[in-house]
Ligand binder design. Structure first.
Ligand code: ATP
Ligand code: MG
Length: 361
């Protein structure tokens, strides 16, 4: 798929700017603090419905203004779409797809699929499990509507279970919680099956990229760490239900749910070494890179379309071999690269120069 055009109005440091892109490589150049990341962010928001940088939508509105707009024109294999995001200081955020207002962000997600890579994404490798779950959830929600729905349901049910612990005595909790737990186990089984398949698939392709970048003997292995074991959907469901029941006392005492898909993780190793804990900066960066490349391949295989790749400030952090591998692997994918200076040995790219929120070249 291809982002054809973005129009920004009172978004971050942009006043009113139309920017047209092309297939393949789009290089967004400019000095520091000119608006490169802001532009990447606007594309991300049109895809996911929220910013990768802030939870507060008001931050997105140009200071001193009341309303910001992002208008994005998207071309997919079979048809074109228009995504409009309006952020109003008092009314909040409204999203329109092809002229119709959507009522839930779940209706937006998956229309424009993005793979986003910034230095911040190293968190996915080295920080707490939450970051890796965020990665799985974001990727899978874009690719699969049923996954997004299952995850939203699970999150709601989990909140209900936690609330019950705080509002009832133990005896009542153990007798009433069954209603939530049965439903939780039911949707969790779908989530586990999908995560298992995802990690297995991207693990294989990340390994392939890793060997070609780091050396034939340099493996990378991703291993999903599910909250319960089981082959089939029914087995997983029964296992989780049993575990939830077993943890009544402990959970009630702690005041939160200690088992479930909201506690899962996946392990990333190379030559048997856990990169989450023991990887060098370079190893972790390479791991993040190959996982992102694998993510592109995954979307392509699942949907028949390539996602849009957003690379914010990552080139300067990679050595030449990795930069070359990255640019090679992104051929045929619409890619946005932001940098202060583009010195790569590629000729076929579209350069956009930004100065103070204005395209100047
Ligand atoms: N809501 C806002 N209103 C006005 N200006 C803003 C707003 N939010 C951010 N900015 C400004 O936008 C400018 C550009 O930010 P951006 O992060 O896009 O820079 P950049 O070009 O990516 O720079 P760098 O090379 O340092 O990463 C910054 O000076 C920032 O202060
Ligand atoms: Mg930036």
């Amino acid at each position: 798929m291809k982002v054809e055009k973005v129009v920004l109005e009172n978004f971050r440091n942009y006043t009113s700017q139309e920017i047209t892109f092309r297939e393949g490589l789009n290089v967004i150049c400019g000095n520091n603090a000119m608006g490169k990341t802001n532009l990447m962010e606007s594309i991300f928001i049109a895809a996911i419905g929220r910013s990768p940088r802030t939870k507060n939508d008001k931050d997105l509105i140009k200071m001193g203004e009341n309303k910001a707009y992002i208008h994005l024109s998207l071309e997919k294999k079979f048809r074109a779409h228009k995504i409009n995001v309006e952020i109003d200081r008092s009314e909040g955020k409204t999203v329109n797809v092809d002229g119709a207002k959507i009522s839930r962000l779940g209706e937006l997600i998956g229309l424009l699929t993005v793979v986003y890579f910034s230095p911040d994404e190293l968190k996915m490798i080295k920080e707490a499990p939450q970051e890796r779950r965020r990665f799985m959830d974001m990727s899978l929600s874009q690719e699969s509507k049923p996954y997004y729905v299952a995850l939203s349901k699970y999150t709601n049910l989990l909140a209900q279970r936690n609330k019950l612990m705080k509002t009832t005595d133990f005896a009542e909790f153990t007798t009433t919680v069954f209603i939530w737990e049965t439903q939780m186990a039911d949707v969790a089984a779908d989530i586990i099956l999908k995560r298992r398949e995802f990690i297995e698939k991207i693990g294989k392709s990340a390994d392939k990229y890793h060997r070609s970048i780091a050396g034939e003997n340099e493996d990378i292995t991703l291993l999903y760490e599910p909250c319960v074991e089981g082959e089939t959907r029914e087995e997983l469901k029964a296992a989780l239900l049993a575990k939830l029941e077993e943890s009544h006392e402990k959970d009630y005492e702690l005041g939160y749910t200690t088992v479930g898909v909201h506690r899962e993780d996946f392990n990333i190793t190379s030559k048997g070494i856990d990169l989450r804990k023991f990887g060098s900066q370079g190893q972790q960066r390479t791991a993040a890179l190959v996982i992102k490349l694998a993510e592109i391949e995954y979307y392509h295989a699942e949907s028949g379309e390539k996602p849009v790749l957003l690379l914010d400030d990552v080139l300067s952090e990679l050595d030449e071999k990795r930069r070359t591998a990255l640019l090679q692997a992104t051929q045929g994918t619409q890619t946005f690269i932001s940098c202060t200076e583009f010195t790569e040995n590629v000729s076929d790219y579209h350069k956009i120069v930004i100065k103070d929120g204005t395209v100047v070249g």
